[in-house]
Design a protein around this ligand. Structure first.
Ligand SMILES: O=C(O)CCC(=O)C(=O)O
Ligand SMILES: [Fe+2]
Length: 421
């Protein structure tokens, strides 16, 4: 078969862990296995795909360069040309939608998306779940493109936001002054109604910090250091060198194991700045928090079981955090601590995947396109579907995150919310 099969494999191996592991487990028989299940491609086509992906990346870079120079017309033309040259390129397609939105070409943007959703002509090489994932990402980009609203990026007063005491809940709140962020670009909203949250943030696929949603959580007591270690100190947990967390979880890489009590004693002293992410089972912490109504099904697609499976308890010292990644929508409740978030809208190209987050946290010169904010203890952050994000914990941080799924047909919901017809 063809380069299309190689593309299909490329996308699926990235987004479907089970599939990737199954292929890896076949070792030398991998190619035969792939042929047997319908991915009939050979080494030659695989190599060709890698070359093509590189060329597409260069095309994307050209469009982005035009955009960053402020030459909107050139960006639009470059993007149209690139997509004509590589009509099945995933990254160019996603970028094109963003460019259309950026340029205010909303009519073209909508026509384009309608066509895509109708018969997926550009996603023919993807099957079932991969195609859905691709459409969910495009939906996110589409929302970003259509709903530019400066109101949604209101700054918070950083001068008064930081820790006021050396400890909170018995955890260390010591932070290095140099890493306190210089900008904060995500709206902070107190207790929005479910409808208000949906219309202003969920349908627009915008990040937002929500206050007042954890006031009644038992975790405020049970995740204080002493009671927490009394309950969970003897639990064996998986510990990751902070920056490898996402990759480790994605690939199922085995990691270091230790008792929670040992981890809590050592975490601030270790050179590799360790992080526990997905450290405790959802069942073990179920009584400590209540999922806010704003994130309920059916608005967000994940069923109860999936939500439990995709619940991530985290505990880490100052300097820990995760590298850039993207996934379905999530919420993240920080019970104690202060955390910097770095966000890039969904259309971003892979350039930041390997960014050094510690360097970003210390830099005064973070590129404009990276949106920064600080999350304070007690706040819940809404991470919209397929936004790229990374974190840097400014102090000890203990909290929980949960993936809640995607919004069904996000572009339509957005059109309704904006009354765009
Ligand atoms: O809490 C963190 O450090 C990272 C969380 C994250 O990636 C998420 O909530 O999606
Ligand atoms: Fe995440």
């Amino acid at each position: 078969m063809s380069i299309q099969a190689a593309r299909a494999f490329h996308e699926r191996a990235f987004s479907d862990n089970e599939f990737r592991r199954a292929v890896e487990a076949k070792g030398r028989e991998g190619l035969q296995f792939l042929n047997d299940i319908g991915y009939a491609f050979d080494v030659e086509h695989w190599r060709k795909l890698q070359q093509t992906l590189k060329e597409e990346q260069a095309e994307a870079a050209l469009t982005i360069e035009n955009l960053s120079q402020g030459d909107i017309t050139a960006a639009l033309n470059a993007s149209r040309n690139s997509l004509a040259k590589f009509p099945l390129s995933w990254q160019l397609l996603d970028l094109h939608v963003a460019v259309l939105g950026h340029c205010g070409a909303h009519a073209e943007c909508k026509t384009f998306l309608r066509e895509l959703y109708a018969d997926h002509p550009r996603l023919v090489y993807l099957d079932g779940p991969q195609r859905q994932r691709a459409l969910d990402i495009l939906g996110a980009t589409f929302a970003f493109a259509l709903a530019q609203n400066p109101e949604l990026q209101k700054a918070r007063d950083l001068a008064t936001a930081g820790p006021t005491a050396p400890t909170a809940g018995g955890w260390s709140m010591t932070l290095k002054a140099e890493v306190w962020p210089d900008r904060h670009q995500v709206a902070v909203v107190a207790c929005p109604t479910v409808e208000d949250f949906a219309a202003r943030f969920a349908y627009r696929n915008r990040p937002v910090l929500l206050q007042g949603l954890t006031d009644d959580w038992s975790a405020k007591d049970t995740w204080r250091r002493d009671p927490f270690l009394k309950t969970h100190g003897q639990t064996t947990v998986q510990v990751h060198p902070a920056r490898d967390v996402v990759e480790n979880l994605r690939t199922g890489q085995p990691t270091e194991q230790m008792l929670m009590s040992d981890y809590a004693t050592q975490m601030s002293a270790r050179g590799d700045v360790p992080y526990i992410f997905k450290g405790l089972d959802s069942a073990a912490i179920a009584a400590d928090f209540d999922e806010p109504d704003q994130f309920a099904a059916p608005l967000f697609s994940n069923a109860v079981e999936k939500r439990h499976e995709r619940t991530f308890f985290y505990l880490g010292p100052a300097g820990s955090g995760v590298g850039f990644h993207q996934h379905v929508a999530a919420w993240n409740a920080l019970v104690y601590g202060y955390k910097i978030w770095f966000f890039i809208p969904p259309h971003a190209i892979q350039r930041y995947r390997n960014a050094n987050i510690t360097a970003l946290a210390f830099s005064d010169d973070v590129p404009e396109e990276i949106i920064k904010c600080v999350q304070c203890q007690g706040e819940v952050l809404f991470v919209p579907q397929y936004w790229h994000h990374a974190t840097y914990n400014l102090t000890d941080c203990i909290g929980v995150a949960r993936e809640i799924g995607t919004i069904d047909n996000l572009p339509q919901r957005l059109r309704d919310a904006l009354s765009l017809a």
